[in-house]
Design a protein around this ligand. Sequence first.
Ligand code: GAR
Length: 191
Amino acid sequence: MAERAPGDQRRVAILISGRGSNMRALIEQSSGYQVVLVASNKPQAPGLDYARGAGIPTWTWDSKGVAREEFEAALDRALRDHRVGTIALAGYMRLLSSRFVEQWGGRIVNIHPSLLPKYPGLDTHARAIAARDTVAGCSVHIVTEKVDAGKVLGQIEVAIEAGDDASALEQRVLEAEHRLYPKALREFVRQ
Ligand code: GAR
């Protein structure tokens, strides 16, 4: 039986592992939800500095070498301490256990740089170009036990232009991500 998330669902924690540009978009465009915690499994994640500068509480623990169960128990405590009701993954690159996903009862969302169900996993842009697709894009979806497979909440399409390489395409898709994620999250917390 899935537990319900403890907090008001408009109280959002963002989980990051790196740069945090989506985190920044979520913070800058927050309306209808409040970012109450930024957590990271990488203490050196550049995105943490921005969160601190914005006055948002942060939590970090280097997950390297730490058992998944132990790490997630500590993360879960931090989330509950801050009465978080929704978790937004933003470039969080550590797989969450099915136990953790179940405990959060459908209250975890993620942004992914492809038009799901196409290209779950990594290297999405290179794969889209190699397949000679004409359209790429990004998706916000609910996190389930299966990677990048939960219900899609919103998508933006981005045209693949002649001469695009993976990094040019990544840049344009990233701009679309920054528009999509705050809007999709705002709608999700209302549900
Ligand atoms: C984003 O493009 C995000 O869609 C992707 O990682 C990047 C993080 O950038 N996420 C995934 O690939 C998850 N499967 P950011 O740290 O600047 O937001």
